[in-house]
Ligand binder design. Structure first.
Ligand code: AMP
Length: 311
């Protein structure tokens, strides 16, 4: 595995790999790698790609007062994790490499980024879409692997690739969870022991909501109210939002029909945690069967969704 720090290095390596008939699998991350990130690298490798993992804490997607400076940066552990997962290259640019001057050109996706995370973090998705577009431009034709954990982000990135005709196939990968259902996140390290015990309520509430829909509930309000009540009943949780959306357009669903996606967020002390679950389009129960193994891909999630320029 090779560690790269400049855009020119990345361009040279990826162009050479493509010229030799290879396929590049881009895995953008902000580091502090955990099994969720590793699953994305594993998916790229399993698809036969040369995996290019990027580790860049993108200042553009943090607002003033957010945790940019405090964001964990365990680079040695990240390199070891990327190597163990089979990465070919890790790109670790400095801020000056990515933003040698204040960017006057940014990317924003009308509509998709306004609600949910966008409502709480109004500048966040323009920062994400801009850095991801830059990474696509730097990498060239590739598959790009993103987690369904950040479902709204996945929808936005998929739309950017499609709208701008970028030569990128966006691949969505299922959420990796702790045995008690908590979605892995680099921000979970901020949880106190009591908050860590409380945090799985977020996923439980979502799974119960999906079960309500599987049982015939069609009222979006009832589904959202159930999630809010469950999270609000947990004293260490501060409910933020619950939404029922069309999984492709991210628009609020009028009816909670099977196939909708359910998303929620809540604050537990310092970290704001996000989660989401699919509902089965066939209308059967996605009821969770918590794993006996240490880490498990959520049983509610389906196989990787592919999107990008073809969708
Ligand atoms: P981040 O480093 O938080 O920006 O995340 C980098 C990528 O890893 C994004 O595509 C995330 O959606 C994905 N990711 C983060 N946590 C998980 C998880 N628990 N399961 C699957 N993918 C994840």
């Amino acid at each position: 595995m090779e560690v790269l720090s400049t855009i020119d290095q990345v361009r040279a390596r990826t162009a050479r790999a493509r010229a030799a008939g290879g396929m590049v699998g881009l895995v953008p991350t902000m580091g502090a790698l955990h099994a969720g990130h590793v699953s994305l690298i594993g998916a790229a490798v399993a698809d036969g790609c040369d995996a290019l993992v990027t580790v860049f804490v993108n200042p553009l997607q943090f607002a003033a007062g957010e945790d940019l400076d405090a964001y964990p940066r365990p680079i040695e552990a990240d390199l070891a994790a990327a190597q163990a997962a089979g990465a070919t290259w890790v790109f670790v640019p400095g801020d000056g490499e990515m933003y040698p001057q204040e960017p006057l050109t940014t990317v924003s996706v009308a509509g998709l980024g306004d609600a949910m995370e966008g409502a709480s973090r109004p500048t966040h998705f323009a920062g994400v879409a801009t850095v991801v577009t830059k990474l696509f431009a730097i990498t060239g034709a590739c598959r790009a692997y993103f987690g369904e954990k950040d479902f709204q982000q996945l929808a936005i990135v998929t739309r950017v690739a499609a709208d701008l005709s970028l030569p990128v196939d966006v691949v969505g990968c299922p959420i990796v969870r702790e045995p008690d259902g908590l979605a892995l996140s680099s921000r979970n390290v901020y949880l106190t022991p009591d908050e860590r015990t409380a945090a799985p309520v977020l996923h439980r509430a979502l799974v119960e909501a999906a079960d309500l829909i599987a049982a015939g509930e069609r009222s979006v309000q009832a589904v959202r109210a159930h999630i809010e009540a469950r999270i609000t009943a947990e004293p260490l949780a501060h409910f933020d939002y619950a939404e029922v959306v069309d999984p492709t357009t991210m628009q609020p669903a009028e009816l909670a029909l099977p196939g909708v996606r359910i998303l929620a967020a809540a604050q537990f002390g310092i970290p704001r945690l996000l989660d989401n679950v699919p509902t089965d389009p066939a209308g059967t129960s996605p009821a969770i069967a918590l794993s006996t193994s240490d880490l498990e891909v959520s049983t509610g999630d389906r196989a990787p969704r592919r999107g990008g320029r073809d969708t």
